[in-house]
Write a protein that binds this ligand. Sequence first.
Ligand code: GAP
Length: 457
Amino acid sequence: MIEQVPGKVDMDKLVSLCKRRGFIFPSSEIYGGLGACYDYGPLGVELKNNVKKAWWKTVVQERDDMVGLDASILMHPQTWVASGHVEGFADPLVDCKQCRQRWRADHVKDGKCPACGGELTEPRMFNLMFKTFVGPVEDKASIVYLRPETAQGIFVNFQNVLTSTRKKLPFGIAQMGKSFRNEITTGNFIFRMREFEQMEIEYFVKPGTDEGWFKHWVEARFNWYCDLGIKKENLRLRQHAKDELAHYARDCYDIEYLFPIGWSELEGIANRTDFDLKQHAKYSGKDLSYFDDETKEHFIPYVIEPSAGVDRSILAFLADSYDEEKDKEGLRVILRLHPALAPIKVAVLPLSRNEALLPLSRDIYNSLRKCWIVQYDDAQSIGRRYRRQDEIGTPFCVTIDFQSLEDRQVTIRERDKMRQIRVPIEVLKHTLEAKLCGEPLDVLPPGGKKWLGFEAS
Ligand code: GAP
């Protein structure tokens, strides 16, 4: 059952659009699915890649103080002892003595089973890490865990990165990849999954400078969502209360989004102090300190950790961009996705299937697809094809008509206000490039002219 906030896009509509248009499918659906696991379809995988690309560009590519990493999912089991996950990464669970259903103790209100009102057992701690075995023998010595967060892969590589890159503090390491948690409370589509992706940063700083860097990252991460089109009124910061903070954390903010299920965490930014590096130094016996050339001191850096979920970001981008407009043809469904995130950047649409239009249309398609993911569509009326592209968030359609054969000009139609400009084919690629980077539609290239829809805007 999916909960729903009144006035927000209906979660069922999103789920249905995602399935119908090939964004997201339930995992192994032909066998009835697997709880809280989902597959990204042809458009979904493009959207996901674009979200990750946008994050990597902002936090690694455009910064001098950041480097990337791709650590393995399976790690030495001591990692999870040192990090505290073996001991403490657990939810309290209760079982109903009558119907045998299992619940998270903190989600049960009056001490009775929410399904049948039956009596509940005492809470027992349930570790959320998935276990498996390395090698052929399934005994205690060969147990390994599927990582429940990507962060520890960064901490255990701190010295490797430091020595190989000769980075000086402050600097950070970014990593994105799969994480696994045997979640108990599921059921809100891709909000909480058992297999999901994270985008995490561990930013190492000199103790004493941590508060300033913490503020920097809270602001930077909040702005990232806004820059990619999320409406400010649907985002807020929530500082953790003292009794909510992990024992090692100095401060923590959640960036919350108003999901269809209500305000919930999209990303957490924590000041983790020197806890993690100290723990790994203790359990591994290795020196994980930093030597400051200027002050000639050895110390363990403090860490600021902005930790985001790829899938949760995708849900926020989809929910925020979903829109409907009534018009004379019925309902126009639009995903007003930022061009950087849109799975298809441009659709090439010959006005009809008339053979005369084919060579020029295919030429244009073949030249544009070298730059972006472009879709060619000549099935059904031009109006329906525009609608199909609006629904998957394609920012621009290029239409080739009979006049194009005479004057070598084509029409660019934008998604949000359906305005059109007419441009010479030789400047088409550059014009699209500029528009995809945010240039307003009414800025015209040489030989271009305003076409349809400008009067109304
Ligand atoms: N290293 C810190 C850490 O993992 P977290 O708050 O447990 O912190 C960070 O997770 C982010 O990962 C969350 O804000 C959320 O976006 C995402 N996330 C966590 N559990 C998730 C799940 N079961 N399904 C989808 N995303 C999840």
